[in-house]
Design a protein around this ligand. Sequence first.
Ligand code: PAF
Length: 283
Amino acid sequence: MKIISDIQELRDHLRGQNRASFVPTMGNLHEGHLSLMRLARQHGDPVVASIFVNRLQFGPNEDFDSYPRTMQADIDKLEKEGVYILFAPTERDLYPQPQEYRVDPPQQLGDILEGEFRPGFFKGVCTVVLKLFSCVQPKVAVFGKKDYQQLMIIRQMAKQFALPVEIIPGETIRAEDGLALSSRNGYLSTEERQEAPELQKILQEVRQRVIELKERNIKTLADIEQKAVAQLTGRGWQPDYIAIRQQSNLAPSTKESLEADEPLVILTAAKLGKTRLIDNLEI
Ligand code: PAF
């Protein structure tokens, strides 16, 4: 595997390749990331991965400094997966000047759910992803469904800017007890790690309640959300949200969308101790 930090060198290496498949990451790779590398291999060749902890998407009180950086272990894993190039720019390589041009997703998608609790997060994500796309110029790029809202926002960005890249979703990979794999799981204490799968269990209960609802309307869905929030709070979590939304646009259901039986998804973010976990479940 070739490890490259310089944008020009990356372009030189990829010249003439028009089927490259790309997986952007922030490193600290786990089985979830590796499953995305395998999916990327099915959709293009060569596979290019990136590791870059993107300062622009972290809020002032978030974990940018402490975000786990495990470069050598990540390199070993990517080599085993047959990744052709690892693009691992420094901040100076990717942002040689302050990044003043930014991509601001529309409020109705970028400022809800994660965007409400992490202001500026999706602006930082879209800006770096657009820049990484410009560096790698992939034919396809793979993003995990665990970051459901991120996947949707990047898909829309690619569509609205007519970027010549197809966005492929990768399924969430879970531990045996149901906890979605995440680089931030490493922050959990032993007791918190035992409690953490409850997040997915509660989403499954919410799904069951929605499926069994006699009358699905805005009020009955809100009642289910509130009950689930109370359940998590009662177990010692600090939930930011548990929201039952339309799969197509992440907006709350309307009378019309319920009548049309639009598919739903449940999304959640909640803190367990100091660790903020997110998860989702399609209905
Ligand atoms: O999902 C992530 O790891 C990051 O948000 C991404 C897409 C690599 C952008 O920094």
